[in-house]
Design a protein around this ligand. Sequence first.
Ligand SMILES: *[C@@H]1O[C@H](CO)[C@@H](O)[C@H](O)[C@H]1NC(C)=O
Ligand SMILES: *[C@@H]1O[C@H](CO)[C@@H](O)[C@H](O)[C@H]1NC(C)=O
Ligand SMILES: *[C@@H]1O[C@H](CO)[C@@H](O)[C@H](O)[C@H]1NC(C)=O
Ligand SMILES: *[C@@H]1O[C@H](CO)[C@@H](O)[C@H](O)[C@H]1NC(C)=O
Ligand SMILES: *[C@@H]1O[C@H](CO)[C@@H](O)[C@H](O)[C@H]1NC(C)=O
Ligand SMILES: *[C@@H]1O[C@H](CO)[C@@H](O)[C@H](O)[C@H]1NC(C)=O
Ligand SMILES: *[C@@H]1O[C@H](CO)[C@@H](O)[C@H](O)[C@H]1NC(C)=O
Ligand SMILES: *[C@@H]1O[C@H](CO)[C@@H](O)[C@H](O)[C@H]1NC(C)=O
Ligand SMILES: *[C@@H]1O[C@H](CO)[C@@H](O)[C@H](O)[C@H]1NC(C)=O
Ligand SMILES: *[C@@H]1O[C@H](CO)[C@@H](O)[C@H](O)[C@H]1NC(C)=O
Ligand SMILES: *[C@@H]1O[C@H](CO)[C@@H](O)[C@H](O)[C@H]1NC(C)=O
Ligand SMILES: *[C@@H]1O[C@H](CO)[C@@H](O)[C@H](O)[C@H]1NC(C)=O
Ligand SMILES: [Cu+2]
Length: 648
Amino acid sequence: MAQNTSAEPKAAEEQKFAPTLGAGAALGAKDGGVHSRASRRTTYLALFVVVVVVVLGLALGLGLGLGLKHSNKGQPNSTAGSPSPSNSSSPSEDSQASMVVPPWRSNVEDYTLDIASWDFNALPTTREYNFTVSEIELSPDGVFRPVVAINGRFPGPLIRANMGDRLLIHVQNNLPNGTAFHWHGLYQNGTNWMDGTSGITQCPIPPGASFTYNFTVENQFGTYWYHTHYSTTNGDGPVGPLIIHSPDELKMQKYYDVDQVVLIQDWYHDYSQALLPDYLASGSENSEPVPDNGVIQGTNYFNCSAVDSDSGYVCEQNSTRAVFTVQHGKRYRYRLINTGAFATFEFSIDNHPLFVIEADGTATEPLPVHRLDIAVAQRYSIVVNANQSAGSNYWMRAQMNTFCFGGPNPVLDPNVRALITYANNTDEPTNSTDWKDAMDVQCVGLNSSLLTPFFESEAPPATTMYAIAANFQIGDYALDRAYINGTSWVMADVPTLNQAVAGLQAANTSFTSSGVSSAFSANQYIIDIPDYAVVDLLITNYDEGAHPFHLHGHTFWVLASSPDQYFDWSTYGGLNKTLSNVMRRDTLMIDAYGWALLRFKADNPGLWALHCHISWHMEAGLLMQFQARNDIMRTWTIPSDVLELCLA
Ligand SMILES: *[C@@H]1O[C@H](CO)[C@@H](O)[C@H](O)[C@H]1NC(C)=O
Ligand SMILES: *[C@@H]1O[C@H](CO)[C@@H](O)[C@H](O)[C@H]1NC(C)=O
Ligand SMILES: *[C@@H]1O[C@H](CO)[C@@H](O)[C@H](O)[C@H]1NC(C)=O
Ligand SMILES: *[C@@H]1O[C@H](CO)[C@@H](O)[C@H](O)[C@H]1NC(C)=O
Ligand SMILES: *[C@@H]1O[C@H](CO)[C@@H](O)[C@H](O)[C@H]1NC(C)=O
Ligand SMILES: *[C@@H]1O[C@H](CO)[C@@H](O)[C@H](O)[C@H]1NC(C)=O
Ligand SMILES: *[C@@H]1O[C@H](CO)[C@@H](O)[C@H](O)[C@H]1NC(C)=O
Ligand SMILES: *[C@@H]1O[C@H](CO)[C@@H](O)[C@H](O)[C@H]1NC(C)=O
Ligand SMILES: *[C@@H]1O[C@H](CO)[C@@H](O)[C@H](O)[C@H]1NC(C)=O
Ligand SMILES: *[C@@H]1O[C@H](CO)[C@@H](O)[C@H](O)[C@H]1NC(C)=O
Ligand SMILES: *[C@@H]1O[C@H](CO)[C@@H](O)[C@H](O)[C@H]1NC(C)=O
Ligand SMILES: *[C@@H]1O[C@H](CO)[C@@H](O)[C@H](O)[C@H]1NC(C)=O
Ligand SMILES: [Cu+2]
């Protein structure tokens, strides 16, 4: 389990990029469904009934993703119930019109990484971006709602740099609330205060204020992304790709001719802050709001007749699917990023096998798959050989795994799609066939042990081992909250980084206790790691749902994982040694009632969050922190502009 099954990818590699490769080529490796997992579906009906009873019993009639949806937006008119019959009801019916991209949407061209014009060997430089963040009414799928947009656009602008570059991102916060931007997967080595994590590395940027994120990108390249890290606001639109290039990337370019980013995310027709109170309410048993739709490149079709005309939603029947034009004979690298709040997608392209060549910034040996599970915050680069009938169109599918949801949402069509066109039109595919491979029947991620890093690394033996347990639990006032070893996180008013630096400088020994820290308030679970430690971390999930865990500031090696509840400690000795070329990443789906054993070098000074990336769960408390390299942290002076954010 600890070692990679490199045989499959290697064998397949010999044939896969041959120009003659056919769509039906037999592919050995399948995604994560090899494990048998406790299904969430078994509790599905019971949960549904409970939720309905609760909802009806309290006569709340609030949107819990059960279709009892009402909006307080105060917009009485809706085109939902009566779409004009003369208007096209499907994106395919008017191929010219549906090619029109509204000015506020970032589209395929905005996310195309021109290989020819980019200097991969350029000397380090500073790259500057302006982010003006504001709330505007947009209709990504036809339904109008307030969207947190960057520079008036959704999804956000592409950030692109070379390893070694400095990034300056000037954020002007025109929202009515605070905000903070996290650069997902970046190490921020020496600049922990630029990690953008509210309550941990900074106070939110106050409404009307501005702040400049200023950091260099070192020792890593690949597909990353950014999103706000303040409550659940990342689900409201402020997300975008962050791509780091390096001369080493040229070694990967033998696999592809065209390089594009594909953003995939779930989408709600309500503001996340409108859904959050019900989710966290007394009596609500972790029944997460179920998405209303999913979008690819910020867009998807939505049938306006699915929403009640008296619901208050304004739905314009003009939504379209993203269109990816391909040229026969070229090979496309699609950098898939799940920028959503909750849903896991099973990604596939009809008639085209996929070859995974990167996961979370770690380049991998090509792994052939038909379907690819991509959990929230994960990234996969896939290569697609455009070798099918020129002149035809095919479906790109990002099918939501509904087994990850606690209940149904009647307006949701989980079969989220975009168009792959050889003919540069939007005609409905006529000769496009979904793979026969079975869909997941449980909520799972790709089994990371199927992946082998392209650039080798050695994981040294661990000096320190921590075991933590994650669960949901109903406590006082019937409030269901998430816990890590008994602590349910609540955002601190004073960032824990600020507290730690001050405490270390005052030589307050409670900040150097090694192990679970007592220096912080009771709702902060923080492990103080000895300097220079190599940490083995066993995360056991006692919850019926799978959780995509993300560690800030690091990549971790995935030593082992299992859908079974108990880790067999007698196997640990065999794993505590130098391990060569184990898969490393920054976001891992941990099975329902399962566990994962991770290893990371705690060589990066600062306070680093480890949390479930489902934004509902993070807000329910599923977050802990590591404190590392006290020897460096006690010498720090946090920049004054960072500290001033807390004075507002
Ligand atoms: C709503 O109805 C009013 C009056 O009928 C009209 O002026 C307005 O444009 C409509 N808004 C939308 C979004 O359809
Ligand atoms: C939209 O939904 C309505 C009502 O269910 C249905 O009659 C119609 O065919 C749907 N339109 C499309 C394009 O699927
Ligand atoms: C950012 O905004 C400033 C001030 O408006 C402007 O001078 C600068 O050119 C902008 N930079 C970019 C990269 O757009
Ligand atoms: C913004 O502030 C308002 C008023 O204080 C509050 O109702 C709302 O939930 C806040 N939204 C976010 C995203 O924090
Ligand atoms: C960014 O940080 C570097 C290193 O601390 C500093 O020299 C530079 O002045 C900063 N730039 C801005 C615009 O704040
Ligand atoms: C629907 O058709 C009407 C009448 O032709 C037109 O005024 C309206 O702009 C159309 N709406 C869309 C979304 O195409
Ligand atoms: C759909 O129509 C609305 C209202 O006219 C407009 O704001 C929006 O940009 C249109 N969307 C698309 C995808 O054309
Ligand atoms: C597709 O067609 C549009 C015009 O409809 C053109 O602007 C665009 O360049 C074409 N794209 C490709 C990739 O050929
Ligand atoms: C339809 O797809 C099959 C299998 O991919 C292919 O053999 C056939 O030529 C295609 N037909 C058309 C009309 O494109
Ligand atoms: C791992 O093994 C090394 C010896 O190679 C030992 O020093 C260390 O304590 C072990 N780590 C743990 C966490 O048991
Ligand atoms: C977390 O709790 C478990 C028991 O559930 C315990 O075995 C473990 O040592 C605790 N972790 C830490 C870091 O104290
Ligand atoms: C971070 O920087 C320290 C030196 O300050 C270095 O020892 C360590 O290897 C770096 N870690 C990463 C992940 O770059
Ligand atoms: Cu979770």
